[in-house]
Design a protein around this ligand. Structure first.
Ligand SMILES: [Zn+2]
Length: 445
């Protein structure tokens, strides 16, 4: 008896410990995962449920565009098994963080497979656009030059673009003509290896998807200054090499260009709008990517992850139908939403609205005086009754626009971050519901 008891005691003690502290045992089994920002964090939580230990880097009401990771973030990431990111250039700080943390887990891009909306800064303002994103003047000798467009990260920033070449002393001297040609309909199409000359027409340049680089030769018949106007930034198409070279392969630099900040002028975000979560259909893709990654990291709980995903998709579809009905109830002249930064392109496309913003797609960019003036004119002309503030942006500009146009502040929209837990947008579903209710109420009256 005594002997037997001695053998059993430690086993019973261990069993008692396990039974007494089930949460402790479960906590040990949770897989450590990190999500970059609050909206994505909520989606990961919905799918992962109790089987994950989730850390979200950029929390509620905070701006992921401008985020500066801390040493503690690096430590968190280094211990994670899966790192969930939005992708599409949203987290510009991610590579540095990933390197600093020596992260060895799986990095999962939640937008994988989403049909991304190309980034087109000037198109956002319709008639306010001026037809070209970049212009440069080159002092050229007669002869042959090469202009190249390269794939970056496996694809061209845009499938094609227009270009105008004019003999001209400066950008200003020929800007008006260039815009006329760029906006005109009789452009001339050119493909890989074709030749371009200065002419009173725009070229439409097609980029060859089967090649890593599409090259056009530029023939200059007479020495002098030539102005080139391009629909998109040529820097977006630079992989390893400068886009403009002479016949011997030497780089040719412009004597004048606009914007003169060059590489760092326009596009902090890369070629696509990153705010894909603003369309619930895209979020279905997010959920599938999240579930697949969790299944891979933790196959034992495959059934739960898939069940959580499917249950959430049902709720998501129901909410989508509700928002669609709300937006469809708005009249044709009630469908323009003015807000701080261009975060609602996917929402607009999906629900048939038009969003305009004085600030670009990243909160990093600044609104130009000309853009603000155009916007004020547009609000007055279209009799837009309300403008909206956002939680993550500096709203002074929107408040100023409200005063100058008499459009009321229609409410607060949640674009890139959830609200605090007790706020009205503490989850993705609540956020979407809140935004659409605020829009419908303010513009529908
Ligand atoms: Zn944003």
């Amino acid at each position: 008896m005594i002997h037997r008891s001695n053998i059993l005691t430690p086993i019973i003690a261990a069993l008692a410990l396990i039974l007494a502290a089930p949460s402790f045992v479960l906590a040990k089994d949770k897989i450590p995962v990190v999500a970059t920002f609050s909206i994505l964090g909520d989606l990961v939580k919905q799918v992962g449920g109790e089987h994950i230990a989730l850390t979200t880097l950029v929390g509620h009401d905070a701006d992921a565009h401008m985020y500066k990771p801390t040493p503690a973030d690096a430590a968190t990431v280094s211990g994670a098994k899966v790192l969930f990111v939005n992708g599409l250039g949203f987290e510009g700080w991610l590579d540095r963080l990933s390197e600093a943390s020596n992260f060895r887990g799986a990095r999962v891009v939640a937008t994988q497979g989403v049909k991304a909306i190309p980034f087109k800064e000037d198109d956002e303002h319709g008639e306010g656009g001026h037809g070209f994103e970049w212009a440069g003047v080159f002092d050229l000798s007669a002869g042959s030059y090469k202009w190249s467009f390269a794939k970056v990260d496996g694809k061209y920033a845009d499938p094609a673009m227009k270009m105008v070449i004019l003999e001209s002393d400066g950008i200003e001297a020929s800007e008006k003509r260039a815009v006329e040609y760029l906006e005109g309909t009789n452009s001339v199409t050119r493909d890989h290896n074709d030749q371009l000359v200065a002419q009173d027409k725009a070229y439409k340049l097609n980029f060859d998807a089967s090649r890593d680089m599409t090259v056009f030769s530029v023939k200059i018949n007479k020495a002098g200054k030539y102005a080139f106007f391009t629909e998109h930034m040529p820097f977006e198409f630079e992989a390893d090499e400068h886009f403009f070279k002479d016949n011997s392969g030497k780089d040719v630099e412009p004597v004048e260009q606009e914007p003169d900040t060059g590489h760092h002028g326009h596009h902090h975000h890369g070629a696509y709008d990153p705010h894909a979560w603003q369309n619930p259909n895209n979020v279905v893709k997010y959920l599938r990517n999240i579930a697949a990654a969790l299944v891979k990291a933790d196959p034992a709980n495959t059934a739960t992850y898939n069940k959580n995903r499917d249950a959430y998709i049902v709720k998501l579809k129901a909410l989508d139908a509700k928002i669609m009905a709300q937006m469809n109830s708005l009249g044709e002249n009630q469908r323009t939403v003015v807000t701080s930064h261009d975060a609602f392109g996917y929402f607009a496309e999906h629900y048939g609205l038009k969003f305009v913003a004085p600030q670009g797609m990243s909160t990093e960019s600044e609104a130009s005086a000309k853009d603000v003036a155009n916007l004020i004119t547009q609000i007055r002309k279209q009799k837009i009754s309300a403008v909206f503030v956002e939680t993550i942006t500096d709203n002074r500009l929107i408040e100023q626009i409200s005063r100058e146009t008499n459009a009321k502040i229609g409410g607060t929209l949640y674009s890139d971050a959830l609200s605090r837990p007790k706020g009205p947008a503490s989850t993705y579903l609540k956020m979407m519901d809140q935004n659409s209710s605020v829009i419908a109420k303010s513009l529908g009256s």
